[in-house]
Write a protein that binds this ligand. Structure first.
Ligand SMILES: Nc1ncnc2c1ncn2[C@@H]1O[C@H](COP(=O)(O)OP(=O)(O)OP(=O)(O)O)[C@@H](O)[C@H]1O
Length: 396
């Protein structure tokens, strides 16, 4: 056994790797070991980040700080430090290494490598110059830096990245935490899907996998929040929320523009039904918007956030809808939010006769309005648990 592999065996020993029967632990180790060249010496990262100097800090997520750095060969990097010794951080680390090591797409952030140094676990990514979408969209008057063309390109890019993850990558992957802060923008405003700590392999022979709920409030699909039913359609829902946020400049989880609507989705749906969907558009976009394109994107956003997961389009269909003006587009039904009841329509039943599983009516239990919340189990019997970063262990 090579030195590196020995090291990986030691590193992984405390964790039980079970990727849905996808491979044995040994095979997983082999695969990771095959990435040997991706191991960064700790000293390299210390020197690249100037000893993780605060002036290089890019931000801090649920599992630790992220620092900017520069390697000797000139490459700029972002180093995520999962130094907290919680099991959650370790799981995140291993999950991200395992899943991201295998994916490569223009719209998915590139994992350059990783490093383990005593209790510190570090992930090394390509540096993405314009940072995350939330900072532009929701913070301190920076929304005007994104005109309609840029926002439309971002929507298309995220859709392609998600399609790749769901259908075209080595293994089908459900991201589980699609949201504005997990979309990074490079110097040409190309969006990159980031943060694979909670991602799961998609079940190939089932409609959904039953799992513990973890995600961010405002983006999680109702069937996932309330029943733990996880499928690619949960990502489709989050994508739809993001589309409506990009168009309106409003954050779904803190929406308060209309006292009669409980969130951005309901507001957009009501206006759509009145034939006034363009009213949700961010006023900053007035001079750059192409109304037909905006209307199409709103309709797609509403189709993606429908309460019934089986009515939501696949990402492949979304990419097709975005790439040309479709002659006929389905009419969106009510959007979903935790607590929504949905009854399968005849159209849905006909369209989904080959699949099973998510037809049960959801409970009427509703969630609070904390910006980051997670429910502990699919059956929802535990008390609600709030986490400042909106995440909980990923294993179901
Ligand atoms: N590759 C990168 N290039 C540039 N900036 C990055 C990169 N990765 C992360 N960042 C910055 O670091 C911040 C923290 O990222 P991280 O993924 O740890 O957490 P988050 O997504 O903001 O929050 P959470 O962990 O709750 O999902 C991001 O908001 C982003 O601005």
């Amino acid at each position: 056994m090579t030195k590196t592999k020995n090291f990986l065996v030691k590193l992984l020993k405390p964790f039980k790797f079970q990727f849905n029967g996808e491979g044995t632990e040994e095979e997983d180790l082999e695969r990771i070991a095959a990435q040997e060249q991706k191991l960064f010496p700790f000293e390299t990262l210390v020197s690249a980040t100037k000893d993780f100097h605060s002036s290089n800090k890019l931000g801090e997520g649920g599992f630790g700080p992220v620092h900017k750095g520069k390697l000797d060969d000139g490459r700029e990097i972002a180093v995520k430090n999962l130094s907290h010794s919680s099991n959650q951080g370790k799981k995140e680390f291993l999950n991200e290494v395992k899943l991201l090591a295998r994916v490569q797409h223009r719209n998915v952030v590139k994992l350059l490598g990783y490093c383990v140094h005593d209790a510190e676990k570090l992930l090394v990514y390509e540096y993405v110059a314009n940072e995350s979408l939330d900072k532009l969209l929701f913070k301190s008057g920076r929304r005007d830096s994104l005109d309609w063309k840029q926002r439309n390109d971002i929507i298309v890019g995220i859709a392609r990245g998600l399609l790749y993850l769901h259908e075209d990558s080595h293994v089908p992957i459900i991201h589980r935490d699609i949201k504005a802060s997990n979309i990074l923008l490079d110097n040409k405003w190309v969006p990159k899907i980031a943060d694979f700590g909670m991602a799961r392999l998609s079940p190939e022979d089932q409609t959904y996998v039953h799992t513990r709920v973890a995600g961010t409030n405002g983006y999680m699909a109702p069937e996932y929040v309330m029943h733990g039913h996880l499928s690619t359609k949960a990502d489709v829902f989050s994508f739809g929320v993001l589309v409506l946020e990009l168009i309106s400049g409003q954050k779904n989880s803190t929406f308060n523009l209309d006292p009669d609507s409980q969130d951005l989705l309901e507001w957009a749906y009501k206006l759509y039904k009145k034939g006034r969907s363009l009213d949700i558009m961010d006023s900053i976009l007035a001079s750059s918007a192409v109304p037909d394109q905006v209307a199409l994107c709103i309709q797609i956003g509403l189709l993606c956030t429908q309460s019934d997961p089986q009515l939501r389009p696949t990402m492949r269909r979304v990419v097709v809808m975005l790439s040309k003006r479709p002659a006929i587009l389905e009419e969106p039904t009510r959007p979903g939010y935790p607590g929504t009841r949905y009854r399968r329509s005849r159209r849905a039943t006909a369209a989904s006769s080959s699949t099973a599983g998510t037809s049960s009516e959801s409970s009427s239990r509703t969630f609070g309005s904390s910006t980051s919340a997670t429910a502990s189990t699919a059956t929802f019997t535990s008390p609600r648990l709030y986490d400042p970063h909106g995440k909980r262990p990923m294993k179901g």
